[in-house]
Design a protein around this ligand. Structure first.
Ligand SMILES: Nc1ncnc2c1ncn2[C@@H]1O[C@H](COP(=O)(O)OP(=O)(O)OP(=O)(O)O)[C@@H](O)[C@H]1O
Length: 310
């Protein structure tokens, strides 16, 4: 069912998760405190903030991986959660196919696996070795795993880590299209201060507590946000994404005139927008500098993520 939704509904039953005055304490210190946030069906909420600000901790409180020491967390009854953690607990010395990765935390039928892999554009990688996937393919595989059980809420902890600039734009577009097609709510964590802004309904800027919140436009103009992000904040303008070609999942490039080539180059006659920022031969105009952090975490371990039911 296609639900073209934006911004979620206002009804109480659309509320997926709600945190009220939530805090968590470890080793004698509050990791986060006084967090108020809610996510409704169809809404994209993005947590931003510096390293150690408590973004992952807040996401884990929202999905119930961590229990609050103060305040409350309410989840819709029977809420289905798809979670892409920041790190995965997988032994990368063992062979693991994408098909097996999809079934790592819960059983899935072949048809469900194929539907999810097709939605994220990597059906051709069903039997590929996970350790051989590129950064973008790996993130698409994790996303496929998270959406396979049709979650009401998708929680994505840095979904574009290890992905190049063009792939990043494509992944954010994919995430938005999943929201539009399914009407799920999305809680996303990002260091990307540009691209994420335009696709988000609500931005929450964290630094152990909620510094500021609102639409991308209001947050990017808030003095708290400016203070927190210093120099990089001043150059932020909401990102307008208008590229003239699409990167297909198999690596080829589809141009605005419908032609498909193996690569794209500014001089190949397919590119018409010569303004703005040129990234590795692609035309991806955007405003301000690009100050985000990447880390490819194939080899780190923490949690296996996947889907859960509250
Ligand atoms: N189980 C724990 N025990 C003690 N301290 C913890 C624990 N988990 C997280 N922390 C600390 O809590 C703080 C918040 O961590 P968290 O991972 O939520 O930050 P983050 O905003 O997601 O950071 P990053 O952008 O670096 O991923 C950090 O200082 C971290 O060291």
């Amino acid at each position: 069912m296609l639900m073209n939704v934006r911004g979620g509904g206002d009804r109480a039953e659309d509320q997926l998760v709600s945190l009220k005055g939530t805090g968590i304490r470890r080793d004698g210190r509050w990791l986060v405190r006084g967090i108020d946030l809610s996510i409704r069906r169809g809404e994209v909420v993005t947590l931003i903030g510096p390293n150690g600000a408590g973004k992952s901790t807040t996401a884990k409180l929202a999905i119930g991986v961590l229990r609050p020491d103060e305040g409350s967390v309410a989840r819709m009854r029977g809420l289905r959660i798809g979670y892409v953690p920041q790190k995965l607990a997988v032994d990368w010395t063992m062979p693991l196919s994408v098909r097996r990765l999809m079934r790592l935390t819960a059983p899935l039928a072949d048809a469900e696996i194929m539907t999810a892999l097709t939605a994220t554009g990597i059906a051709h990688l069903l039997d590929a070795e996970v350790r051989h996937l590129s950064g973008g393919e790996f993130q698409r595989a994790l996303l496929a795993r998270a959406i396979a059980r049709k979650p009401d809420l998708l929680v994505l902890d840095e979904p574009v880590q290890g992905v190049d600039f063009a792939g990043e734009a494509a992944l954010y577009e994919l995430i938005r299209s999943i929201r539009n097609a399914t009407g799920c709510g999305i809680l996303m964590i990002s260091h990307d201060l540009h691209m994420v802004m335009a696709g988000t309904d609500t931005v929450i800027c964290l630094n152990g507590h909620v510094c500021c919140r609102g639409t991308p436009e209001t947050v990017s103009q808030s003095s708290d946000y400016m203070k927190l992000f210093g120099g990089s904040a001043r150059s932020i303008a909401v990102y307008n994404h208008h590229h003239d070609h699409t990167h297909l999942p198999d690596g080829r490039v589809e141009h605005s005139d419908g032609s498909v080539t193996d690569h794209c180059h500014p001089q190949d006659g397919h590119h018409h927008d010569k303004g703005g920022h040129d990234h590795e031969g692609h035309d991806h105009p955007h405003n301000g500098d690009h100050a985000h952090q990447h880390g490819h975490n194939h080899h780190q371990s923490s949690q296996t993520g996947g889907s859960a039911r509250a």
